[in-house]
Design a protein around this ligand. Structure first.
Ligand code: C5P
Length: 227
């Protein structure tokens, strides 16, 4: 029996993981957060005190980082060389480093293979930057989820406020714009909307509205096949 795959791509802070997690729960699919894998690789490089600009060292060192994922109570856990690093990869520092290591061909080859293997064995909804274009080019549904940089910065600012961390909204927006530029203009698998992806702009939509829209799109695409 073939597996069903849903690909969600889009820029940082568009709500991909929140949305994908909820869709996965509703469909009883496995959610694969590929950004977390690049983040784990970034953490490894930071621990080795390798600079973001040092592509040569990143290429070499990535062979020493074994990254796998496991699920505990349905939640994805990222394992770096046997250590569960899930709680350590959500910082701005790791996010910026992830965008730098993600430019490296050796890193991408490793991650893409792991992601393809996961999708080959289960029904998955996977989010990232190159899922519809490179990892799952034959996905049953591809969504390009975006929102304005202003809205994305506001969401991130609110998230930090809720954690009691005060921050500067315009600085957050500048970081987001910089990361978008880096992800969209790199040589290897740049972030772009796949030709057959559906564009969803979440700027003026609630989380539930986006989730419902994606499930509807999926059901329409696979009508007749799904039970
Ligand atoms: O989505 P998240 O912010 O966790 O991703 C961190 C970084 O990892 C992104 O800015 C991007 O550079 C990289 N990434 C990627 N390809 C993916 C997922 C993430 O290049 N499929």
């Amino acid at each position: 029996m073939d597996n069903y795959n849903i690909a969600i791509d889009g820029p940082a802070g568009a709500g991909k993981s929140t949305i994908a997690k909820r869709v996965a729960k509703k469909l009883e699919y496995i959610y694969v957060d590929t950004g977390a894998m690049y983040r784990a690789m970034a953490l490894f490089m930071l621990r080795q005190e390798i600079f973001a600009e040092d592509e040569g060292k990143i290429s070499k060192a990535c062979n020493q980082a074994e990254i796998t994922i496991e699920y505990i109570d349905g939640e994805q856990q990222v394992i770096l060389n046997g250590e569960n690093v899930t709680g350590q990869i959500r910082t701005e520092e790791v996010g910026k480093m992830a965008s730098a290591v993600a430019k490296c061909n050796a890193v991408r080859t490793k991650m893409v293979q792991l992601q393809k293997n996961l999708a080959a064995t289960s029904n998955v909804i996977m989010d990232g930057r190159d899922i519809g274009t490179v990892v799952l080019p034959d996905a049953d549904l591809k969504v390009y989820l975006t929102a304005s940089s202003k809205e994305r910065a506001l969401r991130r600012w609110k998230e930090l406020e809720n954690k009691g961390i005060s921050s500067d909204r315009s600085e957050i927006e500048a970081d987001i714009v910089k990361r978008d530029f880096q992800d969209m203009n790199r040589e290897n698998s740049p972030l772009r909307q796949a030709e057959d992806a559906v564009l969803v702009d979440s700027s003026n939509l609630t989380i539930d509205e986006v989730v419902d829209k994606i499930i509807l799109l999926f059901k329409e695409k696979c009508s007749g096949e799904l039970g």
